[in-house]
Ligand binder design. Structure first.
Ligand SMILES: [Zn+2]
Ligand SMILES: [Zn+2]
Length: 345
């Protein structure tokens, strides 16, 4: 098959590659669309350690089933599908406890880390176990379906967070995850939603997608004050942190009311300090969010029904053959790009 292979730091070769090996539980999928995640852009530089060459990246994808392993249930050749970025086992203690996203044996599609290397969807074909795939609604295009993975993060974050009708919500960060979290929180009943970001372009998208107040986060202290002013005296009932650095975690904790919740999604920095006394004496509830937990079907339906709008998040489409230039451009100057989607015909 043809594939876009990360063969060395900063190098992507569009070349022939061995077809995926297919086990008895696998669907062989002809990839129709695959979005470029921020982690792919960081990853191809070799700096994150999560894309060790040679690796085919791509974990946000959709396609058509072209072959079935002997054990596959519920799918047929010709089915239109998307699939989870997490390959979970279904039988470890965490899977059995209902936390498939925290599977002890999990692998991530298109990621090589530690002992495993799992090729992704920036290729003609990919093989994945049938239980991580979902059927796509007929009306959902492959290009939009490639955004289901991103949507699932926001939906999982909203599902993790207690929200009561008309709650005031702060969202820190208006990147892809912040923008889907905004929409998921709205669907879950949020009242006033205040969102902050460094980029005016991304804030314009946030307004188009239903944010009530947008705040330019140029200066940390001023941003927290502006968030507080917009949220009112009590503060946010729930804050979603969708960046993951010290200043933004600080802001999320600072603007949340006593007894409110802070949902931590971003994790750019592996380690940040937290305002311990504020959390303890304000009885804040902290929620971690890791990927999503079998919420893909719901996300596909929400996107197909237009209840979550991914169109403004699709900044561009491109051809896999042009992968090197596309990645170089996004690495050097991402601008307000939210997602570029490789579309295969
Ligand atoms: Zn991703
Ligand atoms: Zn498991």
């Amino acid at each position: 098959m043809q594939a876009l292979v990360n063969t060395a730091p900063y190098v992507l070769e569009y070349r022939t590659w061995a077809d995926p090996e297919m086990g008895p539980d696998d669907l062989l999928i002809c990839v129709k669309a695959c979005a470029i995640c921020g982690s792919d852009i960081k990853g191809y530089s070799g700096k994150t350690g999560r894309r060790q060459p040679p690796i085919i990246m791509g974990h946000e994808a959709a396609g058509e089933v072209v072959a079935l392993g002997a054990n596959v249930q519920g799918f047929a050749v010709g089915d239109r599908v998307a699939f989870d970025s997490t390959v979970y086992c279904r039988c470890c203690v965490n899977c059995l406890a209902g936390h498939a996203n925290l599977c002890l044996d999990r692998q991530v599609v298109g990621v090589s880390e530690g002992t495993y290397r799992r090729h992704g969807a920036m290729a003609e074909y990919i093989a994945v176990p049938w239980w991580i795939a979902i059927h796509l609604p007929d009306t959902l295009s492959y290009t939009r379906a490639a955004l289901i993975e991103t949507v699932s993060i926001g939906v999982h974050a909203a599902n993790r967070t207690p929200l009561t009708l008309n709650d005031r919500v702060a969202i820190i960060g208006a990147g892809a995850v912040g923008l889907v979290t905004l929409q998921a929180a709205r669907l879950k009943g949020a009242g006033k939603i205040v969102i902050s970001d460094l980029s005016e372009g991304r804030l314009a998208l946030a307004r188009a997608l239903g944010a009530d107040v947008t705040i330019r986060a140029d200066q940390a202290d001023a941003t927290t004050e502006a968030l507080r002013a917009a949220l009112g005296a009590q503060g946010a009932d729930a804050a979603f942190e969708a960046v993951g650095v010290q200043a933004t975690v600080d802001a999320a904790i600072a603007v949340t009311r006593v007894g409110g919740s802070v949902t931590l999604i971003g994790n750019v920095a592996p380690w940040v300090e937290v305002a311990l006394q504020r959390i303890v004496t304000g009885e804040l509830n902290l929620y971690g969010v890791c990927a999503s937990n079998r919420e893909y079907s719901a996300c596909a339906e929400l996107v197909a029904a237009g209840r979550i709008n991914v169109d403004p998040l699709i900044s561009a489409t491109a051809r896999l053959e042009d992968g090197q230039q596309v990645f170089d451009a996004l690495y050097q100057n991402p601008g307000d790009n939210i997602r570029t989607v490789f579309v295969m015909d």
